[in-house]
Design a protein around this ligand. Structure first.
Ligand code: SF4
Length: 374
């Protein structure tokens, strides 16, 4: 398929790998920030094709995985109410809360619906004026603009029965948190191309300079990843630490100003807890004061939630790149995509799901387990 096949060309991949091998003289540890990049790497075995002294550390860039347990539990509480139609993207339905997931809420009579756009949820609100319609708005800078635009639209059209449960996160503060962690081994970053297509690259030079790390904006196909790695190790070997854009077909330096303006209008920056990691200052967005009427956390009284993480789940260590998924004792045993203990085994961008799907590591294959999310 044009535009996909050309970024999976085996001959070009071989040349990029040769270039990387010729460049590298000592060990380097790079972090790919985005879970979509992790899936490409594991699916195509890119980490196994690299020289032994180039390690890829999987980053926390999976939106489903880092949504805090408290917010999941709030979603479960709101979705259980008889007057509520709860709308979400499909990959949130199997994410385990403290004692159940959205599938279980639905099986007990909750009106939980899968939508493909926040605007679908807004339409449901218009069609059901006597019900409360709540959309679960999570994700990074990529999903935040359409969610912001939907809240803006709800306010403009005066749709009173629509609200959003918001848990958005931002990449640059996460990079800062990773680099200031005492256990940090990361020496360079492959930045997430789709995030930069929205936000541009303006936020990265200061981070590259402060932490002396190369940051290379990278796409999602195998050749994109290899080119990102090639540029990153070239900088590391030269002792450089600049921001490079290796994904110019999608990323302009200034990003998408219209999307940024919508974000600035609807959201305000806030501290945000990341599941398994903890609170990172200024790492999230919430609805601003002007849009508070559309904030489901304010509309529904869901305070006082006590969360319980399964003790066996080490997804926090996976998300910080401290262990690989198969090093978790529960991997493939008590934790599988059909019966996940942590969100990293559920999400289509989760590292545990990637290792389970593409690198079974001795786990017997069963057809029922072939898909991470039903
Ligand atoms: S394999 Fe399962 S239990 Fe282990 S870290 Fe991943 S999600 Fe958690």
């Amino acid at each position: 398929m044009k535009y996909i096949d050309e970024f999976q060309d085996p001959e070009l991949a071989r040349r990029l790998l040769d270039d990387i091998r010729d460049t590298v003289t000592r060990p380097w540890a790079l972090m790919e920030v985005c879970g979509g990049q992790t899936h490409t790497i594991i699916r195509h075995g890119i980490d196994q094709l690299l020289p032994d002294n180039v390690e890829l550390i999987h980053g926390p860039g999976c939106p489903v995985c880092v949504t805090p347990l408290e917010v999941i539990d709030k979603a479960l509480e709101i979705a259980s109410r008889p007057d509520v139609i709860f709308c979400s993207f499909g990959d949130m339905l199997r994410v385990p809360g403290s004692d159940r997931d959205l599938f279980q809420v639905r099986s007990h009579g909750g009106d939980v619906r899968v939508v493909y756009s926040p605007l679908d949820a807004l339409k449901i609100a218009q069609q059901n004026p006597h019900r409360e319609v709540v959309f679960f708005g999570i994700g990074f800078e990529t999903t935040a603009p359409p969610n912001a635009m939907t809240v803006h639209q709800a306010r403009r059209l005066g749709i009173p029965n629509f609200s959003m449960l918001v848990s958005h996160v931002r990449v640059p503060p996460a990079i800062e948190a990773i680099m200031t962690s005492p256990s940090c081994r990361v020496q360079a970053f492959l930045a997430a191309g789709h995030v930069c297509s929205v936000m541009g690259v303006q936020e990265y030079p200061e981070l590259a300079e402060r932490f002396k790390v190369p940051i290379v904006v990278t796409g999602f196909e195998p050749l994109d990843i290899l080119e990102g790695i090639r540029r990153t190790v070239r900088q590391l070997e030269r002792g450089e630490h600049t921001v490079e854009n290796a994904y110019p077909r999608a990323v302009r330096p200034e990003g998408n100003p219209a999307a940024q303006a919508m974000l600035a209008d609807v959201f305000e920056v806030t501290d945000r807890a990341w599941r398994g990691i903890g609170t990172i200052p200024a790492s999230g967005w919430r609805l601003s004061e002007r849009y508070r009427d559309y904030d489901a956390e304010y509309r529904f009284s869901v305070d006082g939630i006590t969360t319980r993480e399964p003790a066996a789940c080490r997804s926090g260590e996976v998300l910080q790149g401290l262990i690989k998924p198969h090093e978790c004792e529960a991997f493939g045993a008590t934790c599988t995509p059909r019966s996940p203990l942590g969100a990293t085994m559920v999400s289509s961008e989760g590292a545990c799901a990637a290792y389970y799907l593409y690198r079974r590591l001795g786990i017997p294959s069963t057809p029922q387990e072939a898909s991470p999310v039903a």
